[in-house]
Design a protein. Structure first.
Length: 90
């Protein structure tokens, strides 16, 4: 019984840490890397819990993923503009 309870609390902790990653707009891969490095959680565990959260909250993750792609595109666009401006100063 205790083993099941500790597994459940471990999964719940990973769930909470994934939510923290989402607050910081991390991708699944970034979250897996961060939790592996800073919380010593195997990437396969993070990936499995993330996948289950996606199944349970499909609409949220679709919106989250779309927003992440839009933010990345905007950042790339700003970097290209900044590079163009910097090249024009030479």
């Amino acid at each position: 019984m205790g083993d099941s309870s500790s597994s459940s609390s471990y999964i719940h902790m990973v769930h909470r840490l994934i939510e923290e990653c989402l607050i910081f707009n991390m991708s699944k891969e970034e979250c897996m890397e961060t939790l592996s490095k800073h919380a010593n959680i195997k990437p396969v565990i993070t990936s499995t819990v993330w996948n289950e959260l996606e199944k349970e909250n499909n609409e949220f993750f679709e919106t989250y993923t779309k927003g992440s792609h839009e933010r990345a595109t905007e950042i790339q666009k700003r970097q290209r503009i900044q590079t163009s401006l910097n090249n024009g100063k030479d």
